[in-house]
Design a protein around this ligand. Structure first.
Ligand code: DC
Length: 224
């Protein structure tokens, strides 16, 4: 069997709150392939820095911390150093720390290497900021998913409220604007659309319609 031809790697990049993880999860299920949430990996590092009281300016401590850090995905869970941390990494504090620490070269090189290893030799759908431009530059299918800032803030606000996180829509919108700025202006692998990515503006679109648009494109490029 020609396994390489049958392998598909789908990259989905875009700003926070664009709906990448909801859509990627649904597409992964339809195609029966693995879903890797790379944002969760940066969040895991941000979470560990917060719990250990490490500041983004403390390069030496960060390097040392990374040498004793393992991140795994299993059964839809994200596991940091052997502990499931799913909900703990979804707070506004962790979002901020993940965004600032993701600009550090030592953090990026560790996580990008891990992401490439996970994506090697199997079919995956991976979402993040630099998947199509850096992590899997030869992915069979690339998408850049976005939506208006207001709609993204609305979605994030609802998600946080459902989880019982106390915040306001105005605060969430403010945080989204700051993270967009951070993520797209950092020097290393900033949020950007790959030249060969398909642009998907999901403002006003239903989840099913976005999933179908992706599946249609995937079938066109990968008819197996
Ligand atoms: O997708 P998310 O909101 O869970 O991501 C959290 C942070 O991680 C985001 O602010 C930027 C960073 N990130 C990154 O730099 N590169 C990726 N591939 C994914 C996320």
């Amino acid at each position: 069997m020609d396994t390489d031809r049958k392998r598909i790697r789908i990259a989905i990049d875009g700003p926070s709150g664009a709906g990448k993880s909801t859509i990627a999860k649904a597409v992964a299920e339809k195609l029966a392939i693995d879903y890797i949430d790379t944002g969760a990996m940066y969040r895991a590092i941000g979470y560990k820095m917060l719990t250990e009281g490490i500041d983004v300016s403390e390069e030496k401590k960060i390097k040392e911390m990374l040498t004793r850090t393992t991140i795994d995905f299993s059964g839809g869970n994200i596991i940091l150093d052997g502990t499931v941390i799913n909900d703990r990494i979804r707070t506004p504090e962790v979002s901020k720390m993940a965004s600032s620490s993701s600009a550090l070269p030592e953090v990026r090189s560790k996580l990008v290497a891990l992401q490439r290893k996970i994506a090697s030799g199997k079919s995956v759908i991976m979402d993040g900021r630099d998947i199509g431009t850096n992590v899997i530059t030869d992915a069979e299918c690339k998408f850049f998913m976005t939506a208006s800032k207001e709609e993204r803030a609305e979605r994030r606000y609802k998600e946080l409220a459902e989880k019982g996180v106390q915040t306001s829509y105005a605060q969430v919108l403010e945080d989204i604007k700051k993270r967009d700025e951070n993520d797209s202006t950092r020097r290393l692998n900033p949020l950007a659309m790959a030249d060969d990515a398909v642009l998907l503006d999901t403002t006003g679109m239903k989840v099913d319609d976005v999933v179908n648009a992706i599946l249609e494109e995937v079938r066109r490029k990968w008819p197996y």
